[in-house]
Design a protein around this ligand. Structure first.
Ligand code: MG
Length: 349
C-alpha cells in the first residue's frame, strides 16, 4: 500500500492499494466512532461496488444505508443534495456518523458538500473510482454543486477523514474515462515535475497506475498544503483550465470530457506563451505530442474571440483580469495576469 499524508488544517491520509475497497469498513472503524454510515454512490458504480463496501462496513458492525443517484453531471444540482439530506435525516444520522462517497468526481463533490453542510458538517471518506477523481478531485477538500447559472457555484472546503484509492476500480471504466484522467496527469508533469513528464513520454502510464496516481496526488498535496484556500500557488493547478473551461462551455459540456478540454487548453495557452516569448520554444509541441500519445485532442476550431468571451464568464476571473497559468518550460509554471480586454489578443490568431 502507498500512503500519501495530507497535512491541511485537518490532516488525513490517502491510501492507494489494489483491493482496498474491501477494507473500507476497517478503515472507517480505525478513524471514526460512528455507528451509522451512509454510502452515497451513483447508478453506474452501485452495481459494481456497493456490496463490497457495504459488506466490509457490516463486518465491522456499522449500521448502513445507501443513497444512489442517477449517474452524470446532470445530477449535480441542489435537488439531488436535497434528496441526500432526506436520506441522512430519515436514517437519523448524527454528528458522529459518517458518509462514504463512492464514485467519480460528481459523486465526491456532492457527497462531500452534503457532509460539509448536514448538521453543520459531518465526517466523510472518499472512495474515488474514476482516474480523474483519483488523481485530482479527491485531493484538496473542494466540494460543491452546480447551479443553472454555472458549475460549482455553491460549495464548501471540507477535508475528508481519508481517501481510499483502489486502482482496480478503473478496470470497469470505459476508455474515454481513462483518457479524461490522463489530461490532468499530464498537467501535473507540466506544472511541477519535468522528470514525471519524461516518464509519461517514455513509459505507458496505464501500466504504472499506482505510481502515477501516487505522484499526481503527492504533487497536488504539496500545492494544496501550501495554499489551502486557493489564494496563490494553488492557481497553478488551473494550467490549461481557463481555455479548457471555455471549450467545455462552448461544447455545452457534452461530447468532450474535462480532460480532453484541458489538453487542448494546455497546448493553446503554451503556444500563446511561446509566441509572446514567455515560454521556452518547443514546449507546446512536446505537450501536444504527449497528449496525442494518450489519445487526447490538442486543438479545436474555436476563434480567439469565442474562447475569450467564454473564458470571461469564468468565476476565477477577478478585478477585470484573468490569471493565466503559463509554463516557463516543462516542469516550471507561473501565473501571469492578463486584462480581460487583452485576453483575445493574448490567445492570438
Ligand atoms: Mg480539472
Amino acid at each position: 500500500m502507498k500512503t500519501v499524508h495530507v497535512s491541511t488544517g485537518k490532516p488525513y491520509d490517502i491510501h492507494i492499494e489494489r483491493g482496498i475497497i474491501d477494507r473500507a469498513g476497517e478503515c472507517a472503524k480505525a478513524l471514526s466512532k460512528a455507528q451509522k454510515v451512509t454510502l452515497i454512490t451513483d447508478t453506474n458504480i452501485a452495481p459494481h461496488y456497493q456490496w463490497r463496501v457495504l459488506n466490509s462496513l457490516s463486518a465491522q458492525g456499522f449500521e448502513t444505508k445507501t443513497h444512489i443517484f442517477h449517474a452524470g453531471e446532470e445530477s449535480k444540482h441542489l435537488g439531488t443534495i436535497a434528496e441526500i439530506y432526506k436520506t441522512l435525516a430519515d436514517f437519523h444520522m448524527t454528528r458522529r456518523d459518517i458518509i462514504i462517497a463512492l464514485g467519480g468526481g460528481v459523486c465526491g463533490d456532492m457527497a462531500g458538500f452534503a457532509a460539509a453542510s448536514y448538521l453543520r458538517g459531518i465526517d466523510f471518506i472518499q472512495i474515488p473510482t474514476s482516474l480523474l477523481a483519483q488523481v485530482d478531485s479527491s485531493v484538496g477538500g473542494k466540494t460543491g454543486v452546480d447551479l443553472p447559472q454555472g458549475k460549482n457555484l455553491v460549495g464548501a472546503f471540507h477535508q475528508p477523514l481519508a481517501v481510499l484509492i483502489d486502482p482496480d476500480t478503473l478496470n470497469t471504466l470505459p476508455d474515454k474515462f481513462i483518457t479524461d484522467g490522463m489530461g490532468e496527469i499530464i498537467k501535473y508533469g507540466c506544472i511541477k515535475d519535468a522528470a514525471f513528464f519524461e516518464f509519461l513520454e517514455k513509459e505507458n502510464a496505464l501500466r504504472h497506475l499506482e505510481d502515477v496516481i501516487e505522484t499526481c496526488v503527492s504533487i497536488k498535496r504539496d500545492v494544496v498544503s501550501r495554499d489551502e484556500k486557493e489564494a496563490g500557488e494553488r492557481m497553478l493547478l488551473n494550467f490549461g483550465h481557463t481555455l479548457g473551461h471555455a471549450i467545455e462551455k462552448l461544447y455545452h459540456f457534452t461530447g468532450i470530457t474535462h480532460g480532453m478540454a484541458v489538453a487542448i487548453g494546455m497546448v493553446m495557452i503554451t503556444r500563446a506563451g511561446e509566441a509572446k516569448g514567455l515560454t521556452a520554444p518547443g514546449t507546446a509541441d512536446r505537450i501536444a505530442a504527449l497528449c496525442e500519445r494518450y489519445l487526447l485532442p490538442t486543438s479545436d476550431d474555436f476563434t480567439a474571440k469565442a474562447l475569450a468571451e467564454a473564458a470571461m464568464g469564468d468565476k476565477k476571473s477577478a478585478n477585470g483580469a484573468v490569471n493565466l497559468v503559463l509554463l516557463k518550460e516543462i516542469g516550471e509554471s507561473y501565473t501571469y495576469p492578463v486584462a480581460l480586454e487583452e485576453l483575445e489578443d493574448f490567445i492570438g490568431e
